[in-house]
Design a protein around this ligand. Structure first.
Ligand code: ADP
Ligand code: MG
Length: 589
């Protein structure tokens, strides 16, 4: 095969332009991305070799080597992973297969810092090499292919790349970065070790670098220098983070691990790391992100859980391990009981997986409950005796986090009412709403109940497209007049979700837009009598209206719910609400 030139897919070319022209703020992340690809490649080989051990050939080691050549100004990352054949190199390094790319391009703001964060989120890691290199050479050979079927891929990071066949003795991939003048600091063993330990300690493969030692110059007066010794040493901890005891892991290591698996640049809100023993044994390390990803509502977007079996990576996005409504959770689950060759189909049916999913959902809810408990310390800190409780630093650090969580993920959490009946009550306790008397998304059902009027025996709520529409709804008039608080629900999912929640802690939920609002004991005898008299007096008018509207309205009634407005629409108790009907209509149903 001779050398062939291929053009990059348009999106890649655009991306490369961005990478080379605007991403200097956090140069060193390229190393994290390339080492993480090397590690993925080794994971893939280990997985394929479960069925075909011959793929290892005469090289049983899975490892990553990082080396540099000062004279040539190159930095090379070599792995003994799965490698790529020619077509794979063309596809994987010339296009972006992920559906999110378009969305990514649309989101670019021109602001360096924000854009560089997006790059991580969208997993376009390989191209980050061009932050520090003006040319990248990739030499690779797929596991199982003969030495003559090596591939060399070369690009200067502009419109195209060349590809040719080469001899390559070893399976796996070498990424050779020809460093720009402003990135020469990476031609330094100390610097590289520092970056590797920052980003890659948790990687379970050994990352090796050649040992160097100081050598005095032979000539008098000239400075000495570091010289390579030919001996290689492991420079990362090389043990999967979640397998280490909690006490040996620092906060920073937990955070870096989160960033590595989630492609997020921000620290997570909180995390939980446990070894679960019992019917099925597994380790879970689960994180709650601080920000919602752009595709939280995309249907095909799966949970961010990586599945390992006895430390062997099995699959990404193992959606069977986390219910849909907790799809924002990121992390790792490592099972001791599942077979290594478990497939997605098998996962769906496995009893162990069901137990793991239940356990994981409960763990996430506990994390959220913990955040909710610590959300408002000012309120809670003063005990009944008027003495300030001592608030630990740890508790303090959790203040405000639940509010932040809820504004990002509250609407998704509500889906749980319809999806996870077993945990419905726990989910309901975590929900927060704005109300007619308390602005801000911070009234829980329990808060509401504590403020209910004497004689009030239902939790009243209204659903609408937005807060203004909810607040100004004529259906609220009588509630305003009587000073009864009403929950204002404005998420698209509310209507659907509330179909599954009939009461909270024994108190029924009542939509103010459904049926006849029975204010029960909240109405005094006089008011009741007045209402009955009015109904009597209006009978002839109602009969006429009913007749005139007979094809369009099921019933016409006198009501005590209005104060200023002459009339309003309501639906019967069992019917779909107006809001839901509008939604379905929008969705074309
Ligand atoms: P991602 O890792 O999120 O898939 P990248 O841009 O980092 O995206 O890598 C693109 C693709 O290139 C990878 O999915 C993989 O198929 C291929 N690739 C990159 N580096 C290697 C490597 N060292 N060995 C084998 N394949 C690789
Ligand atoms: Mg990658």
């Amino acid at each position: 095969m001779t050398k062939q030139t291929h053009s990059f897919q348009a999106e890649v070319a655009q991306l490369l332009h961005l990478v080379t022209h605007s991403l200097y703020s956090n140069q060193e992340i390229f190393l994290r991305e390339l080492i993480s690809n090397a590690s993925d490649a080794c994971d893939k080989l280990r997985f394929e070799a479960l069925h075909d051990a011959s793929l290892y050939g005469d090289q049983p080691n899975l490892e990553v080597r990082v080396s540099f050549d000062k004279a040539a100004k190159t930095l090379t990352i070599t792995d003994t992973g799965i490698g790529m054949n020619e077509q794979e190199a063309i596809d994987n390094l010339g296009t972006i297969a992920k559906s999110g790319t378009k969305a990514f391009m649309e989101k670019l703001s021109g602001d360096q810092k924000a854009d560089s964060q997006l790059i991580g989120q969208f997993g376009v890691g390989f191209y980050s090499g061009f932050i520090v290199a003006d040319k990248i050479t990739v030499e690779t050979r797929r596991a199982g292919a003969p030495a003559s079927e090596g591939v060399r891929w070369v690009s200067g990071g502009t419109g195209d790349f060349q590809i040719e066949q080469i001899e390559r003795a070893q399976r796996g991939t070498s990424i050779i970065l020809h460093l720009r003048d402003d990135a020469q600091e990476f031609l330094n063993g100390y610097k590289l070790k520092q970056v590797i330990s920052k980003y890659s300690d948790h990687i379970s493969l050994p990352i090796l670098m050649e040992k160097e030692e100081w050598k005095e110059s032979e000539k008098e007066g000239e400075p000495g220098q570091m010289v390579k010794t030919g001996e290689w040493e492991t420079v990362n901890k090389a043990s999967a983070l979640w397998t280490r005891p909690k006490k040996d892991i620092t906060e920073e290591q937990y955070q870096e691990f989160y960033k590595a698996i989630s492609h997020d640049f921000e620290n997570p809100l909180t995390w939980s790391h446990n070894r679960v023993e019992g019917n099925t044994e597994y380790t879970q390390l689960l994180y709650i992100p601080a920000k919602a990803p752009f595709d939280l509502y995309q249907r095909d977007k799966h949970a961010g859980i990586k599945l390992y079996v006895k430390r062997v990576f099995i699959m990404d996005d193992a959606e069977a391990l986390m219910p849909q409504y907790l799809r924002f959770v990121k992390g790792v689950i490592d099972s001791a009981d599942l077979p290594l060759n478990v497939s997605r189909e098998l996962l769906q049916e496995s009893r162990d997986v069901r137990l793991i999913r239940d356990g994981s959902a409960k763990r996430v809810l506990s994390m959220l409950e913990d955040l909710a408990r610590h959300d408002k310390h000012e309120a809670a800190a003063e005990g009944a005796d008027g003495v300030q409780d001592v608030v630990s630093e740890e508790d303090k650090a959790k203040e405000g986090k639940f509010t932040q969580f809820y504004s990002e993920f509250g609407a998704v959490l509500k889906e749980g009412l319809g999806e996870d009946f077993g945990n419905k009550e726990r989910i309901a306790k975590l929900l927060r709403f704005a109300t007619t008397t308390h602005e801000g998304l911070n009234t829980s059902f329990a808060d509401y109940k504590a403020r209910m009027k004497e004689g009030q025996d239902a939790i009243y709520y209204i659903t609408a497209d937005n807060l203004a529409a909810a607040k100004n709804s004529p259906q609220l008039e009588v509630f305003k007049k009587k000073g009864i608080e009403v929950l204002l629900m404005t998420d698209r999912v509310d209507e659907w979700a509330l179909n599954y929640l009939h009461d909270f802690d024994g108190t029924p939920l009542q939509s103010v837009a459904k049926g006849a609002v029975d204010l029960g004991k909240l109405q005094n005898e006089e008011e009741k009598k007045a209402a009955e008299e009015a109904a009597e007096a209006f009978k002839p008018v109602l009969a006429k209206l009913k007749d005139a509207l007979k094809d369009r309205a099921e019933d016409v009634r006198a009501t005590s719910r209005l104060v200023d407005s002459p009339a309003c629409l309501v639906v019967s108790d069992g019917d779909m609400s107006l809001q839901l009907a509008r939604l379905l209509k929008q969705a074309g149903q």
